[in-house]
Design a protein around this ligand. Sequence first.
Ligand code: SF4
Length: 118
Amino acid sequence: MSKRNPRSYFAIDEGEDSIVYKVKNAFTGGRETAKLQRKLGGQPEICPIYELEVYFFTRDDEKLRRIYFDCKNGDILCGEHKDEILRRILVFRKDHLKRKRKKLNVAQRIIRGNHLYG
Ligand code: SF4
């Protein structure tokens, strides 16, 4: 992912439509056709969607291992995987923005330097 190309990454507080667009159009380690992917398996080792799993969205090593081999064995296709991770990204984003809104007043008070007085 390169910060020079804004389409190659997303920020968690950018618009939901933008995140959906970027994930749905992201490069993957998938094959040219679904038939070929079922036959040859995907390539998670070059896939940014799998990177999202590794670095941000799957803490459980066993689950990560399952995703890796489901991909390698051609048991999941990229469209399904993107839809599935998108659901988790959007739930995370919604929760993140809610927590951010709740803490905004506290942050503003700290910046103004009067957090000790109420
Ligand atoms: S199935 Fe998932 S991990 Fe495998 S190549 Fe496609 S998007 Fe990447």
